[in-house]
Design a protein around this ligand. Structure first.
Ligand code: S3P
Length: 439
């Protein structure tokens, strides 16, 4: 387990970011390409697949359930689909590492199979809330046993032919919960519909449609039934805007920067980071907009700008949910105060991202006050110091980016989990001009 090794990032202060890069493939879409490709009839070819630990956890889980999957080699994966009812019982618990998406989506997909499964994960994953999926799944007739506090390991009883469709009004805006229930709905009698309180990423709906599976969307409600099949297709996964975000912020805050990020997914349910940075005064151009395999894609050019503090509109929170660690760094470099509210979900991500970022920014001399559901940050001078990522990939990369405007070196502990989403980060960041060394 990589998280047991203390990988340390050390960043020397200053510098600027310049150049053109393509960041790795979208994590959410990579997970879904394996899940739907495995359940499809025929052979699915994926390009741009994210070769990082989280997506590999999903890939290995399906291999363990009898799906022949070749790759990834240079982002190419070939999945020999077994059809909707072709998965086989794995001979041991499915270990999903750090990946919340794998665990929550699989719990829905596996609830209606003809075999039992056990889902486990690392310390972080086994401390994250799972009742948000097991409670609505139970309403559909699923039998999933959690630990007493609602966490994994999850013991899932296969209830093939026993699940019943239902309507669910999600209490939280979560694409993982929505996707979990839609996948369970593929195995449930009648119709399953899910209404979200605010728009969340819709890659599951789009990709299901790409595989020819009927899923309808009516306002905030997505609807599916067991009447349908998945037909193999080719999937081109664009670059992950959540990985591009580190450089959107980095090039904004570092003087004399000019970076172009190629072929980035700009699905409107993911572009909150661009909207928020633009409200703060960032100079981001969206170029060569095109559509690839049902998903909008563009090149993003970002140049240095003097950012200003803002009140982050709450409707943008779910659309930028993974980008707040690095947006807190942007706020630290902005003139004036930035206020985030309505983001309590950040407390149950790979780490408590409100507390962990506030602690680190305070160590670096920034006035960052955590609140129940967000943070208040007064822009200032980032200093030097030693911070801890708490094994959270996005925290590690965010504090690396902070080095661009720091007055001295920053040491970041516990960075091994950068490999869960973006193992090329140190190399690409260095190529652009960040003075980062891995110890
Ligand atoms: C994801 C949904 C989001 C996001 C996560 C990936 C997905 O989680 O934070 O990194 O692929 O569906 P929530 O649904 O918990 O908000």
């Amino acid at each position: 387990m990589s998280s047991s090794i203390n990988v340390i990032f050390q960043v020397q202060p200053g510098g600027s970011l310049n150049g053109e890069i393509r960041v790795p493939g979208d994590k959410s879409m990579s997970h879904r390409s394996i899940m739907l490709g495995s359940l499809a009839e025929g052979v699915t070819h994926v390009t741009g697949f994210l070769n990082a630990e989280d997506a590999i956890s999903t890939l290995e889980a399906f291999r363990a359930m009898g799906v022949k999957i070749e790759g990834p080699v240079n982002g190419e994966v070939t999945i020999h689909g077994v059809g909707k009812h072709g998965l086989k019982a794995p001979d041991k618990p499915l270990y999903l590492g750090n990946s919340g998406t794998s665990m929550r989506l699989l719990s829905g997909l596996l609830a209606g199979q003809a075999f039992d499964t056990v889902l486990t994960g690392d310390k972080s994953l086994e401390s994250r809330p799972m009742k948000r999926v097991t409670v609505p799944l139970a309403e559909m007739g699923a039998e999933i046993e959690t630990q007493p506090n609602g966490t994994a390991p999850l013991h899932i009883k296969g209830k093939a032919g026993k699940l019943k469709g239902m309507h669910y009004d999600m209490p939280i805006a979560s694409a993982q919960v929505k996707s979990c229930l839609l996948l369970a709905g593929m195995y449930a009698e009648g119709e399953t519909s899910v209404t979200e309180p605010a728009p969340t990423r819709d890659h599951t709906e789009r990709m299901l449609a790409g595989f020819g599976y009927p899923v309808t969307r009516d306002g905030a409600t997505a609807k599916i039934s067991s009447e349908g099949k998945l037909t193999a297709t080719n999937i081109d996964v664009p670059s992950d805007i959540s990985s591009a975000a580190f450089f959107l912020v980095g090039a904004s805050i570092a003087p004399n920067s000019d970076v172009t990020l190629k072929h980035v997914g700009i699905n409107p349910t993911r572009t909150g980071v661009i909207d928020i940075l633009r409200l703060m005064g960032a100079n981001i151009e969206v170029l060569n907009e095109r559509e690839v395999g049902g998903e909008p894609v563009a090149d993003l050019r970002v140049r240095s700008a003097q950012l200003k503090g803002i009140n982050i509109p709450e409707h943008l929170v779910p659309l930028a949910i993974d980008e707040f660690p690095v947006l807190f760094v942007a706020a630290s470099c902005a003139e004036g105060q930035t206020v985030l509210t309505g983001a309590e979900e950040l407390r149950v991500k790979e780490s408590d991202r409100i507390q962990v970022m506030a602690d680190g920014l305070q160590i670096l001399g920034i006035d960052a006050q955590p609140t129940k559901d967000g943070m208040v940050i007064n822009g200032g001078q980032l200093g030097s110091g030693e911070v801890d990522s708490h094994g959270d990939h996005r925290i590690a990369m965010s504090f690396s980016i902070a080095g661009l405007r720091a007055s001295g070196p920053i040491t970041i502990n516990d960075c091994a989990n950068v490999n869960t989403s973006f193992k090329e980060f140190p190399a690409l960041a260095t190529q652009l001009g960040l003075k980062l060394a891995t110890l």
